[in-house]
Design a protein around this ligand. Structure first.
Ligand code: FAD
Length: 497
């Protein structure tokens, strides 16, 4: 054990990361620790980050947040997955749903039976066997009830920060507005001692959470932790973000549409749509990106398009000395699968599990860093998969992605699936087998072989069970209300009906 007992935690930064950390610590450890958050109105937040994954729901439950209140406060809509458009080639589409696809057995996962039936010509599209995909394609949604959907949210990032702040402050979090101009360190240990603000105020503490965004004011500027750059695998490095008016009912899914040097997102909220173009500056200039984005927007622009440069990679240690980087300060893997807010939530959950009540210890830090690294590398591989397996031949950016020397972990996974249709979820990995299968098949990876269970079941029985499953799911999806109608009712904008 080293260092002093942790009685006071100082959070530097008040974006989604800062307020998520503040809310979770105050709710769960507030009786034992004092929590101070410093943020600068002049610097502001990154202002994007509006698509989530289902773990956000579990995190909200942990905090005891009321879902309807959250949906109203953040202009949220519901999300059943992501529609990937033009990723294999222009005009093609697949859906990555949050649900379970088909029925797996102890001997073989569903894709094996589906591949057998497909070869026999008696299976539909794989999405027909997922309730979430069926509901998404029909624009239908409801929470609870007899048709349980696995879902996440689209939310307004600025409103979400405010919502969490309004939750955290009454629980005792002290907010200080001001710019941090310097980070003071203890002479002997080199640990962080205090933050010095422009006003001259000095904010001391025992444990510091760096939520200052890409800059990493504490973890990098002060502690020089180092950064592992992953741009050789994921070379997009800029985004152009703009908000537009909604032109139709909100879809219960995010759209990710590939273009010649990256992809475009479309995130429907109650009151507007979030849009952005992610691109690789080697292959597309900011002007070209702007022209491309404006050409592809559905509704009138509500804001000026804003360029956000980023670098894909990870801080060498998220937890270094008495400082823990959470959010963009800890690193960033581009937003294709909406994983950053999840990583913030999981990081603060992990911190509470490994909290150094009696003093910062190397062992706790090591465990935290190991777990964070494993999870992030799994996400990194999953994202690379989308880029690497593409058929957009003749486009230099995509040609390079196909030719990429990918991480061994991913290469082995692809080879295994190609050879035998076998997919797996490693321990401490975020994405389930369903996710890997949907994306590998969706990106056009055709297995050469599969488990023989489907053959043993036989064409007649297999065909009948797939037909029954698909029609039951279709009927269940059709029994749900329209997403927009449900949303209006849930958010209190329409009479309950
Ligand atoms: P920021 O929002 O940048 O906040 C930093 C805070 O630190 C601010 O309060 C700022 O004022 C403060 N600060 C900085 N310097 C100082 C200083 N000197 N003194 C005082 N305060 C200071 N994530 C998802 O989960 N889903 C998505 O769909 C998604 N899309 C994204 C799209 C893009 C293009 C990008 C770049 C990111 C996206 N993310 C997404 C990630 C998501 O935006 C972030 O994880 C999330 O917003 C958290 O950011 P943050 O709080 O770490 O940083």
């Amino acid at each position: 054990m080293q260092g002093r007992p942790v009685r006071k935690v100082v959070i530097a930064g008040g974006g989604t990361a800062g307020w998520t950390v503040a809310a979770a610590l105050a709710k769960n450890l507030g009786e034992l620790i004092e929590i101070v958050l410093v943020e600068s109105d002049a610097i502001g937040t990154v202002g994007v980050g509006e698509s989530t994954i289902p773990t956000a729901r579990r995190f909200h439950e942990l905090l005891g947040l009321d879902e309807a209140q959250f949906v109203r406060a953040t202009g949220a809509s519901f999300k059943l997955g992501i529609s990937f458009e033009n990723w294999t080639r222009d005009g093609e589409r697949y859906f990555h749903s949050f649900g379970v696809t088909g029925r797996s057995t102890w001997m073989a996962d569903f894709q094996h039976m589906w591949l057998e039936a497909r070869a026999m010509g008696i299976a539909g599209d794989i999405g027909e066997y997922s309730l979430e995909t069926q509901a998404a394609m029909a624009n239908r949604f409801r929470t609870g009830g007899e048709v349980p959907l696995n879902y996440a949210y689209h939310l307004d990032a600025t409103a979400y920060g405010l919502f969490l702040r309004e939750f955290a402050e009454p629980l005792g979090v002290t907010r200080i507005e001001g710019r941090i101009r310097d980070v003071r360190k203890h002479g002997e240990s080199g640990d962080i001692a205090a933050l010095e603000l422009d006003s001259g105020e000095v904010v001391g503490g025992d444990l510091f959470i760096d939520c200052t965004g890409f800059r990493g004011l504490l973890i990098e500027d002060a502690l020089e932790t180092g950064f592992d750059d992953w741009t050789h695998w994921l070379s997009t490095d800029r985004a152009l973000a703009v908000q537009t008016k909604a032109v139709g009912p909100a879809r219960p899914y995010t759209r990710a549409m590939a273009h010649e040097a990256g992809w475009q997102w479309q995130i429907p909220l109650q009151h507007r749509v979030g849009n952005g173009l992610v691109y690789c500056s080697e292959f597309m200039s900011d002007d070209e990106a702007r022209a491309r984005l404006e050409q592809r927007l559905d509704g009138e622009m509500l804001t000026e398009p804003r360029v956000i440069p980023f670098r894909t990679g990870t801080r060498r240690k998220a937890w270094n000395r008495n400082c823990i980087a959470i959010g963009l300060s800890s690193g960033f893997v581009e937003p294709l699968e909406s994983t950053s807010i999840h990583l913030i939530m999981i990081a603060v959950t992990r911190l509470m599990q490994l909290f150094p009540f009696d003093g910062v210890s190397d062992a706790l830090a090591q465990r935290f860093n190991d777990l964070s690294r494993t999870e992030l590398e799994g996400i990194r591989d999953f994202i690379i998969l989308h880029y690497h397996l593409n058929n957009r031949e003749g486009e230099p950016f995509w040609d390079r992605c196909r030719a990429l020397d990918i991480p061994d972990t991913l290469a082995q996974r692809i080879a295994l699936f190609r050879e035998s249709a076998t997919a797996y979820q490693a321990s401490d990995e975020l994405f389930r087998i369903d996710s890997w299968v949907q994306v590998m098949l969706g990106q056009g990876l055709q297995p050469q072989s599969h488990h023989a269970l489907g053959r043993m079941i036989g064409a007649e029985k297999l065909g009948a069970s797939l037909d029954t499953l698909a029609s039951n799911l279709r009927r269940a999806a059709q029994s749900l209300p329209e997403h927009q109608a449900f949303l209006d009712q849930y958010a209190g904008k329409a009479e309950a009906g």
